[in-house]
Design a protein around this ligand. Structure first.
Ligand code: SF4
Length: 387
């Protein structure tokens, strides 16, 4: 039976707002503790992560050229997370993490219970976010997502022209995806839903010439942000993907321990933990949140022996044979500070100060919305990387 939800996004109770606000300030108060844990190289007893990434499914209906899934490079078994496992993850983690995505690899709208997942997050005060290719986002699904109370959606449309888009998003239809996106935005506006809409285009060779036009043309009521997503090479593991990089790879900087291992937990559909989405085939196993008796325990694995060993190798810079970290450059995209941990995207100059200022503006992302640092409103020329 599904979780009940009726226009959850439009109707937040006083208690819900108070709970979210209390959690927000508690989590902010813990930021220095997390930073100390990271910066002193703690490997055990690391505090709760800031963000969860939950893979509702790794099935996808497209064959996108910049994606290891689309290129059939993901060799893990395919499947869908069981709703009971999802619920137990949320039960344990909702009080402690700032947000969860409902996707890692795969198209989340292929999961039959995705609306129940969104509603369950909402009922537990956990901000939920989803990235979708929007090809399956018909009116009925759009309405259900909005009613379930999805906090943020990334609508991915790579290109301004059918020939560009359809060469990248193989098996998709440009006109149909456009219609779906416009209808989602209309429904959001008509129902006064607070779902934060990101219209996304990825920087790659094929799209670079269309990005300015894309940004201008999607400045519409109901679109909260145009997300020009930096190119992700997925740790340069697949040559055909690396070749799509627009320009030269970033210059190497002195290696520091990857912040993802202290700030983000990634859970695949079968309960296995990954260091991050770049380990798309679980080359470095980190345990499974599902115990043999069926109970789910995330923190046990977050600080389990394999995770400790991985952190230790990063702290000691012993990663020459550590796949995929040894070929990764995306670790350098960000570094936490005492009070900020902006997440999985490149740092831009002056950004921390700008984020702090924006975070003080409660209207930046809806007056009653929880405002994690890495998801608040940006100017359209800023970028994030919540794929
Ligand atoms: S170094 Fe790269 S591959 Fe390894 S955990 Fe960090 S971001 Fe992921």
């Amino acid at each position: 039976m599904g979780v009940s939800f009726t226009s959850a996004a439009a109707n937040r109770s006083f208690q819900e707002k108070a709970r979210n606000r209390f959690r927000y300030y508690s989590q902010q108060a813990l930021a220095p503790v997390k930073w100390l844990s990271y910066t002193t190289g703690q490997t055990r007893l690391v505090p709760h992560p800031d963000r969860m990434y939950i893979e509702s499914t790794n099935m996808c209906n497209l064959s996108c050229v910049m994606c290891p899934t689309g290129r059939k490079e993901v060799t893990r078994p395919k499947g869908f997370m069981e709703f009971d496992v999802f619920k137990q993850i949320v039960d344990e983690m909702a009080p402690h993490v700032k947000a969860t995505t409902l996707h890692i690899w795969g198209e989340p709208l292929m999961h039959k219970r995705i609306y129940d997942m969104v509603a369950y997050c909402r009922s537990h005060g956990l901000r939920s976010e989803m990235s979708t290719n929007a090809t399956l986002l018909d009116e009925k699904k759009a309405q259900k997502l909005l009613d379930a109370g999805l906090d943020a959606i990334y609508l991915c449309l790579d290109g301004m022209r059918p020939e560009t888009y359809e060469a990248i998003r193989v098996n998709a239809d440009y006109a149909k995806t456009n219609r779906n996106i416009h209808r989602f935005i209309e429904l959001k506006q008509a129902g006064n839903y607070q779902t934060y809409v990101n219209l996304q285009i990825i920087q790659m060779q094929q799209t670079m010439g269309e990005i300015d036009e894309f940004v201008q043309s999607w400045k519409l009521p109901g679109v909260d942000r145009i997300n020009v997503k930096p190119f992700d090479s997925w740790a340069d593991q697949i040559e055909a993907i690396s070749e799509l990089r627009p320009g030269a790879a970033a210059a190497t900087v002195k290696r520091y321990a990857c912040p993802n291992l202290w700030y983000h937990v990634h859970i695949y559909w079968d309960g296995s933990i990954a260091m991050c989405d770049r380990d798309f085939n679980s080359a470095f196993p980190l345990g499974n949140v599902i115990d043999p008796d069926g109970s789910v325990r995330v923190m046990k694995n977050w600080n389990g022996p394999q995770m400790q060993d991985l952190r230790r190798r990063h702290v000691a810079n012993e990663i020459s044979d550590l796949v995929p970290c040894n070929s990764c450059s995306e670790w350098a995209w960000w570094k936490p500070t005492l009070f900020t941990s902006q997440g999985n995207r490149p740092v831009e100059q002056g950004e921390a100060q700008r984020l702090a200022a924006l975070q003080n503006d409660e209207h930046a992302n809806g007056a009653d919305a929880f405002i994690p640092l890495n998801d608040i409103t940006f100017a359209e020329n800023q970028t994030t990387n919540l794929n």
